[in-house]
Design a protein around this ligand. Structure first.
Ligand code: PEP
Ligand code: MG
Length: 887
């Protein structure tokens, strides 16, 4: 029989940190903390295995599980000495979700479970605090009604507000025991009215209701969206943790808080967190009351008055600090912790690896390696390469003018400008139309997740550094300013006010998540500094990686950025983009529309000096490094004129009449241009085009070699080759141009001629193609398109559904389809090497910047990957990780 229930606490630990898949992150870590002697309230976990059973059984609980849960409850009862449902001294429990990967705020939680009309009196007696007992009961009903019964929670909040207003109170804590008792009666009335049945008094019914709700929340819309955004498989399921309640709301010697063992925003080695005296856990996370700082230094730095925990509760704080150190040493990573102090006794409620910004991730990894807590190799493996993206983008120019509207908390670093929106749906819609948006909310909730993802930045009026907005934004790498308390937001009217100024939907706003500043308008930005921890980690990564990293770049500017980011060459310079420049397009059009070779040559003569200039600048910037230049690839009609004026301009330049030109343009029309007259087929039919391009390359290369002494190494690449013969013909054109230029200039330089492998036939016939080609570069954009028979330009319409249904694990245009396209690459590499053992192999499709695809390239033993300039550091790190993982 499968075991579903695992106990922890009171000297018992049925599981531990190795059981994450089974117990979920929370359950495994609770068991682990208990096993190393930390104070954890006793409890038990219903494993993730049961989640699938729950759905298979249509939400029913088999007797075997009920028996195991009874044993679990007996364990809690024996450790606490309290009994579940006992009117004299009741045991209360929390019921919480906990999946394998943490999903902050996405899933359901119920606290104070086990209270009813009788046990509330028992709790009042044993705690000698009637106010506390009734407050716990009203919180329980409110949460249960929301999470389990799914009733309208607005009605409950309204009743609470009215109860406070009636007495002229502003804080919940001002309500007396009698006020709360009256509120409980009102809440029960609301439940009965909305649900049609009285609030459940049987504590076991309460428990099973809550367990069902937590398992049910795995399939909630917001959980599904979160999983999709974070690549978490739906099949993992959640576990449910049932644990004895401890109370942070038992007066002024009680408190609750959340903490990180290091700063999750900057990575500094300083305890970081917030706590609230006389409160329950959700009060901190929900951002309802403004929490106090954990440490004296943090309080002083922020210029805040209310005492820090270090000052208010020095003894418990000391214990907590010891626990932080124990946990960091035990887990060898920065921890995110939840704790409660019940009448001066410290309890640990959760620990997990803390989410952090890319900047913090780098600093923590480098510091921990230097502290000797982890190895350098582990430090390299700790950083998600894609997270580096956050660091590679511009920050606000310190010299730019800032019209500061207000200041909030620097919740997630980075700067963002965009047009203001006040709800998540609008954020998503506008972002889909290509508008950069800043999502402004009073506070965010898990329902806002899609809008937060779509936004460039997030601004909230309420909530602290560990509020939902802050945690989620840091996880997503979105800049966020939270708790900008001077903002008054009217989301319905789509307007916010601050200090007599108004900002409406659509107005431009800039936020700086590093300083907390909120500015009117868009503020200028500057390029990031790539020094410090970033540089250190990159050096470590470069020491272990085998794959070289090049850039896809076609302007001198792109090449400069790429070199700064550490590119070791250009893997793809697409020459067609140079053709689109306004100064050349007329000559290009004249070339295309010419009806014979003579006409084409006239136009090509005019293009030659321009192309030579392009290549000269690029080869200068990349001096000493290989530069792969690809000859013209796209179907010619892409360059055709559309407007009358454009036709007229070309007609004048070429000396032909407009009607003839239009007829010629119509002749060039293709039904399926992606599979039409493009790639080397252009060179085969109009060799003079490739001849001009090759000449421009060699003239430039010889010039640069002459000037700088550091001879560039051009690699001339022929696109869309399917057969050996095509490459042979094109190589002859290139070689002839090279010999001509070398003879004219009296100087020879080294160069290679190779081909892209981007058609299945080319991959299969790589053995004979390698007889001619000196290098292969896998063009996986076209190779994916032609292998899957899926148009790269139309795929987005249906590929989403394919990924959702698991037909492809990921979008195959983003991450290599290892089974299909990958097999062709393996075949081509093997057959190419058989013919030419030293053949140079690289990849220049978009996949060259995708970490999973880079791991595949390492496995196949390619020589280099080529990615867009901003992805170069990502590729360097991913290549290092791939090399380490292969060991
Ligand atoms: C490719 O097909 O992968 C490639 C790099 O070429 P392009 O994207 O220009 O077709
Ligand atoms: Mg291509």
């Amino acid at each position: 029989m499968t075991q579903y229930v695992y106990r922890f606490g009171g000297g018992v630990s049925d599981g531990g940190k190795g059981d994450r898949n089974l117990l979920g992150g929370k359950g495994a870590n609770l068991a682990e903390m208990a096993s190393i002697g930390l104070p954890v309230p006793p409890g038990f976990t219903i494993s993730t295995d049961f989640c699938a059973v729950y759905y298979d059984e249509g939400g029913q609980f088999p007797q075997a599980l009920r028996d195991e849960v009874a044993t679990g409850l007996a364990h809690i009862e024996s450790v606490t000495g309290k009994t579940f449902g006992n009117p004299a001294d009741p045991l209360l429990v929390s019921v919480r979700s906990g999946a394998r990967a943490s999903m902050p705020g996405m899933m359901d939680t119920v606290l104070n479970l086990g209270l009813n009309d009788e046990t509330v009196e028992g709790l009042a007696n044993t705690s000698e605090d009637a106010r506390f007992a009734w407050d716990s009961y009203r919180r329980f009903i409110q949460m249960y009604a929301d999470v389990v019964l799914e009733l309208d929670h607005g009605a409950f909040e309204e009743a609470l507000e009215i109860a406070k207003e009636d007495q002229g109170f502003t804080l919940d804590t001002e309500l007396s025991a009698d006020d709360l008792k009256a509120l409980v009666a009102e809440y029960k009335g609301l439940v009965e009215k909305q649900w049609g049945k009285p609030f459940p008094q049987d504590v076991h019914d309460q428990l099973w209701g809550a367990v069902g709700a937590v398992f049910g929340s795995w399939q909630s819309e917001r959980a599904k969206v979160y999983r999709r955004l974070n690549d978490i498989p739906g099949g993992w399921g959640t576990a449910v943790n049932i644990q004895a309640m401890v109370f942070g709301n038992m007066g002024d010697t009680s408190a609750t808080g959340v903490a990180f063992t290091r700063d999750p925003s900057k990575g500094d080695r300083a305890y970081y967190g917030e706590f609230l005296i006389n409160a329950q856990g959700e009060d901190v996370v929900a951002g309802i009351r403004t929490p106090q700082y954990l440490t004296k230094t943090a309080r002083e730095d922020a210029g805040a008055k209310p005492a820090s925990m270090e000052e208010a509760m020095p003894e418990v704080y000391g214990q907590l600090a010891d626990v932080f150190d124990t946990l960091e040493n035990h887990y060898r990573d920065m921890q995110d912790i939840e704790f409660t102090v019940e009448k001066t006794k410290l309890w640990m409620l959760q620990t997990r690896s803390g989410k952090r910004t890319a900047k913090a991730a780098l600093k923590i990894a480098v510091d921990m390696a230097n502290e000797g807590l982890i190895t350098r190799e582990e430090a390299i493996l700790r950083i998600d390469p894609m997270a580096l993206d956050q660091l590679l983008h511009p920050t606000l120019d310190p010299k730019a003018h800032r019209d500061v509207l207000t200041k909030g908390l620097p919740a997630s670093p980075g700067a963002a400008s965009g047009s203001v929106v006040f709800d998540a749906d609008t954020a998503e819609k506008k972002a889909a139309d290509g508008v950069a948006v800043i999502l402004v909310r009073t506070e965010t909730s898990p329902e806002d997740i899609h809008g937060m993802h779509a936004a460039k930045g997030i601004l909230t009026a309420r909530g602290g550094m560990t509020s939902h907005a802050a945690v989620v934004a840091r996880g997503m790498g979105r800049p966020c300013v939270s708790g900008a308390g001077t903002l008054s937001i009217d989301a319905k009217a789509k307007i916010m006010r601050c200090g007599g100024r108004e900002v409406k939907e659509g107005d431009l706003l800039t936020i700086d998540g590093t300083t907390g500043e909120v500015m009117i308008g868009a503020v200028a930005t500057v390029q990031p500094e790539l020094s410090g921890d970033f540089a250190t980690l990159m050096v470590w990564a470069d020491e272990v990686r085998r794959l070289k990293v090049r850039a896809n770049a076609e302007t001198p500017e792109d090449c400069r950025v790429a070199r700064e980011f550490g590119a070791e060459g250009v893997g793809l310079c697409r020459t067609e983009h140079m053709f689109f420049e306004s100064s050349r397009i007329t000559n290009v059009r004249q070339m295309i529309l010419a009806t014979d070779e003579k006409g084409r040559r006239v136009a090509l003569e005019k293009l030659l000096p321009e192309q030579r200039k392009d290549f000269t600048e690029i080869l200068e910037v990349m001096a000493g490094l290989p530069v792969t230049i690809r000859l013209l690839d796209p179907p010619l009609h892409e360059f055709l004129p559309h407007e009358e004026a454009e036709f007229a301009e070309v007609a004048t330049a070429a000396g032909i009449d407009v009607d003839t030109l239009k007829r010629r343009a119509a002749e060039l029309h293709e039904f399926n241009p992606m599979l039409g007259h493009r790639g080397c087929r252009l060179g085969v039919t109009y060799p003079e085009i490739y001849e001009m391009q090759a000449r421009a390359i060699f003239e430039a290369a010889v010039d640069v070699a002459e000037k700088s002494g550091a001879a560039p190494i051009p690699e001339v690449m022929i696109p869309l080759v399917a057969t050996r013969r095509e490459l042979e013909l094109m190589k002859a054109v290139v070689d002839k141009a090279a010999q001509a230029v070398f003879a004219e200039k009296g100087r020879t330089i080294e160069y290679l001629v190779g081909t892209m492998i981007e058609l299945p036939r080319a991959a299969l016939r790589a053995g004979d193609i390698a007889e001619v080609g000196e290098f292969f570069s896998f063009g996986t954009n076209d190779l994916t398109q032609t292998t899957l028979g899926v148009s790269r330009d139309d795929a987005s319409r249906f590929l989403g559904a394919y990924v959702e249904q698991g037909i492809y694990a990921k979008d195959p245009f983003v991450s290599i389809d290892v089974e299909g396209v990958g097999e062709l690459i393996e075949i081509a590499a093997e057959r190419g090497r058989q013919t030419r053992p030293a053949i140079k192999l690289g990849i220049c499709g978009e996949h060259g910047g995708d970490p999973a695809s880079i791991a595949f390239c390492e496995k196949v033993g390619l020589d280099y990957v080529s990615a867009s300039p901003y992805r170069v550091p990502i590729a360097r790190l991913a290549a290092a990780q791939a090399a380490l993982s292969k060991k």
